[in-house]
Design a protein around this ligand. Structure first.
Ligand code: ZN
Length: 107
């Protein structure tokens, strides 16, 4: 979970990196704002994953199932909150994690 300190640090780091690479203050501010918006979106989706809501779309059911698998069964896998793309890239994706979670009767 990204904390507000992590979000601020990430925005500052992305701002500094964009400024050093491009030399454009406008671009650096834009990059920092995009990073901040993404962090906010990530936290909102993460919050939804932890709420006791019965999701209707298959995309949300799968995302929430994978995230709950992460917290309840294996904290070393399924880190993605907005998608499983990062987990697939870094090899932490659990194939069938969502289905296994469903079989436990938790959703
Ligand atoms: Zn979580």
């Amino acid at each position: 979970m990204t904390t507000y300190k992590g979000a601020i640090a990430g925005a500052l780091i992305s701002f500094s990196a964009a400024l050093m690479i491009s030399g454009s203050l406008d671009l650096a501010i834009g990059v920092a704002l995009i990073y901040s918006f993404y962090s906010l979106l990530l936290e909102a989706i993460h919050l939804v994953c932890h709420c006791d809501i019965r999701h209707k779309t298959s995309v949300m059911k799968k995302l929430v199932g994978l995230h709950r698998y992460h917290h309840q069964y294996d904290m070393s896998t399924s880190f993605g909150v907005t998608s499983s793309m990062g987990d697939r890239f870094f090899g932490t994706y659990v194939k069938g994690g969502y289905e296994g979670y469903k079989k436990m009767g938790s959703q």
